[in-house]
Design a protein around this ligand. Structure first.
Ligand code: ADP
Ligand code: ZN
Length: 731
């Protein structure tokens, strides 16, 4: 390669730091030298910061002023593949490289010496007095033939209190020693018996295994309705990866799903994988980060940022529920984990599996175009079919105001209660009511910092802004006209729906699942497990329940407002509604019980609603693809959103107008600029937001042109400019 890969003491090295600087900094290699890619601590002004040795130093300034690297961290150096990935990802998303490096080092204390913990193994002497408890401890140690335990593991396994173990340590009968905490993850055994696959599952699994064995890059769209066995199939690809002594990464859209998935990994491979998401402790994150780099973790299950872990030899990335919008990081670095998975795999020669019941139009189009392989699982395992789907025409439902459950839906719920089955009432709106209005003056209570209405959360007894999170107590009097007791909630949220359901079904056990009602991911997981086992008759939920939880007793899904997603100007509104409705209805009737889905709608003849009811996915995708092709929008054209935000509205607009005037770099590639216009949410957290939209033909070198275009303006200190390549939502 001709890369210089080791630097002797005193050689100049160029270091990329995690600090927001636009260039590499030169340092002197420390005593003992350092490798290319070494993670190092370097001085920056008065501080010590984390960095990576990226290249030989340029030496273009006074050598005597160049400071030495403080120390080389005791972790595996960054591999070339990772460095290329970060650079390409930075280019693609127009994110500064230091921000990419921060993503790749999100394990606090990486440089600390490995933390230690006490472990216990058999000692050499016999205790002076033998008790039953002591005997159990010694027997447990013996049974595992010299394995070491933590205090808790040992006392739990022996069924004694920790003080019994401590007593034996004093006597020398048990040996206590320090051992590093960052130990490898238990081995996963790919040769344990797997489930007998159906014919089309087996064919799909074989296709994926062949891909892994090829040792080259490839992406496969694995499509199949919920319950068709996609997970079962891609676990076979994971197994093949292990056989090739390679590592695998499975991305899930929601941490609450990971418990169920980890149980399945344990069942298939006999041990738990490493986890990487916001619910994992810092110690455990550090362990995962290090072990991934040393080959001490075969499988990582995680959220999107797991893509930036330093895998030693990655053979497979699975993106489960690939259409899920949470794969798009909407703060900090704006990247779509699905696209970055494909990028990373193409650099390191790995396979990607995109699994979904309702793929994104992008992936569907890529598969149609032959860029991705396509695998289809057609039937549900155990032959339970997709539920019957019907529209309930709300124009004829004649509901009193402040009621949202039609009599048809109520009747269907009642039948389920009688049969001991579960119903899901789906409404994608958190809180009690989306709007609070004053009946005296018509004032709607809004957030002081955002252009958004405050949403009443009766459970918390507060009004909450869903944009910025600001909360305040529910006032007694109207903040505009001062009238007392005239404030009224308008429209339904899940909390209000729960109230209605309790009135309609006074004896039913009702559980409401909404992300804001649970203090922690753990509490939510526990509640979901309880419900799955029959702990509720009616589940009321937001989007949260659409995502792959298994409720075997659920046979009815009632969609309270199927039209909700069709409002708004979002490019992907139709696609989202289609996916969400299909997913939610996919919750019904998994375990051999036929399901039914009722969609309440005021526009049953809307093409999207009709496509959902007909279950004719391919014609829906084709029609949707045709529309977007005409409009020249993704995936048939390229788009970028530019958001300018500032406390000063004029500044944001002026900068936007200046950009719009100087669009020559964009015109060169045939791109057009629209705007500036107020963003759909024109103010968030007190910052005014102005949006420009750039549309370019497919295949245009959009990023380069954008970079040149943006470089022309010099924003003031208060102005923030964010570029969003392939925007998922326009807010
Ligand atoms: P998907 O990922 O497509 O939703 P899963 O892989 O989760 O589907 O399968 C749905 C359920 O059916 C799971 O409980 C799974 O264990 C079971 N299942 C799927 N295929 C088989 C099979 N061949 N043998 C036994 N159980 C299966
Ligand atoms: Zn707000």
């Amino acid at each position: 390669m001709g890369r210089q890969d080791f630097f002797d003491h005193g050689d100049l090295v160029a270091v990329l730091t995690t600090q927001p600087l636009d260039r590499l900094l030169d340092y002197k290699a420390p005593e003992g030298g350092c490798h290319l890619g070494a993670f190092v601590e370097v001085p920056l002004g008065p501080r010590k910061v984390l960095g990576v040795v990226c290249a030989p130093g340029r030496g273009d300034f006074d050598r005597s002023k160049i400071r030495p690297v403080i120390r080389v961290l005791d972790v595996a150096p960054m591999r070339e593949e990772m460095q290329i990935f970060l650079e390409r990802a930075a280019e693609y998303t127009l994110t500064p490289l230091p921000a990419m490096l921060r993503l790749a080092t999100r394990a606090p204390g990486l440089g600390d010496p490995p933390s230690m913990r006490k472990v216990y193994r058999p000692g050499d002497s016999v205790p002076d007095r033998m008790t039953d408890a002591r005997r159990r401890v010694l027997a447990t140690l013996q049974e595992y033939g010299g394995l070491s335990f933590t205090l808790k593991e040992l006392s739990d396994a022996a069924g004694v209190t920790p003080s019994v173990v401590k007593g034996l340590v004093k006597q020398g009968a048990v040996h206590e020693e320090d051992s590093p905490r960052d130990v490898p993850f238990p081995l996963l055994d790919e040769e344990r018996a797997s489930k007998a696959l159906t014919a089309d599952q087996a064919a799909a699994a074989e296709h994926l295994r062949r891909g892994i064995r090829s040792g080259t890059y490839g992406t496969t769209l694995l499509r199949g309705i919920t319950g068709s066995g996609k997970t079962e199939v891609y676990l076979e690809a994971v197994a093949e990866c292990f056989r090739q002594r390679q590592q695998a990464l499975v991305l899930l859209p929601e941490i609450a799903l990971s418990a169920e998935f980890i149980a399945r990994v344990q069942e298939r491979f006999g041990a738990k994988p490493a986890e990487w998401h916001s619910g994992v402790t810092i110690t455990e994150r550090r362990r995962t980060w290090k072990m991934v780099g040393q080959g001490g973790a075969q499988l990582v299950v995680g959220a999107r940022s797991a893509l930036f872990l330093p895998f030693l030899d990655l053979g497979l990335i699975v993106v489960d529920e690939e259409h899920d919008t949470s794969y798009k990081q909407e703060d900090g670095a704006l990247y779509n984990a699905r696209d970055m998975a494909v990028l990373r795999a193409s650099i390191c020669g790995a396979q990607v599996v995109l699994a979904s019941a309702t793929p994104s139009l992008e992936s569907w189009a890529n598969a149609e175009a032959g860029k991705y392989a396509k695998l289809e699982l057609t039937s549900r395992f155990g032959d339970s079919a997709l539920p019957d789907m019907c529209a309930v025409d709300m124009r004829g439902a004649d509901l009193p105001s402040n009621r949202w459950i039609s009599s048809r839906l109520a009747g269907a719920v009642r039948e389920r209660i009688e049969r001991g089955e579960q119903s899901l009432l789906f409404l994608n709106r958190r809180g009690y009511a989306p709007v609070t209005i004053c009946r005296a003056c018509g004032h709607q209570i809004g957030c002081d910092h955002c252009d958004a209405r405050m949403v009443e959360h009766r459970f918390l007894k507060r009004l909450v802004c869903h944009q910025c999170g600001e909360t305040r107590p529910i006032p007694d009097a109207c903040p505009a006209c001062g009238a007392e007791d005239r404030l009224a909630p308008v429209g339904p949220g899940v909390e209000r729906l729960q109230e209605e359901a309790s009135e309609l079904f006074p004896d039913a056990r009702i559980a409401t699942l909404s992300s804001d009602l649970f203090g922690s991911a753990r509490a939510l997981k526990a509640r979901i497990a309880e419900i799955a086992e029959g702990g509720a008759d009616i589940v009321i939920g937001t989007q949260l329940v659409a995502k792959g939880h298994n409720f075997p007793l659920l046979t009815l899904v009632g969609v309270i407002d199927a039209d909700l997603g069709l409002q708004g100007s979002d490019l992907r509104a139709a696609e989202r509604t289609f996916q969400l409705m299909r997913q939610v209805s996919g919750r019904a009737g998994r375990a051999d019980r036929p399901g039914e889905a009722l969609l309440q709608t005021y526009q049953p003849e809307h093409p999207v609603i009709r496509a959902i009811l007909a279950g004719d996915e391919d014609s829906f995708w084709r029609a949707e693809a045709e529309e977007r092709r005409h409009a020249g929008v993704p995936p048939f054209g390229r788009m970028a959103g530019i958001i300018l935000s500032s406390p000063d509205m004029q500044e944001a607009f002026d900068t936007g107008a200046e950009l719009a005037r100087n669009e020559a770099p964009l015109r060169c590639i045939g791109a057009q600029v629209f705007g500036p216009a107020p963003a759909p949410v024109a103010r968030i957290r007190g910052r005014h937001r102005v949006r420009l939209l750039v549309k370019a033909p497919k295949g245009a070198a959009l990023q380069k042109a954008l970079a040149a275009w943006i470089a022309q303006v010099k924003p003031g200190p208060n102005l923030r400019l964010t570029v969003d390549i392939d925007p998922q939502s326009f807010y």
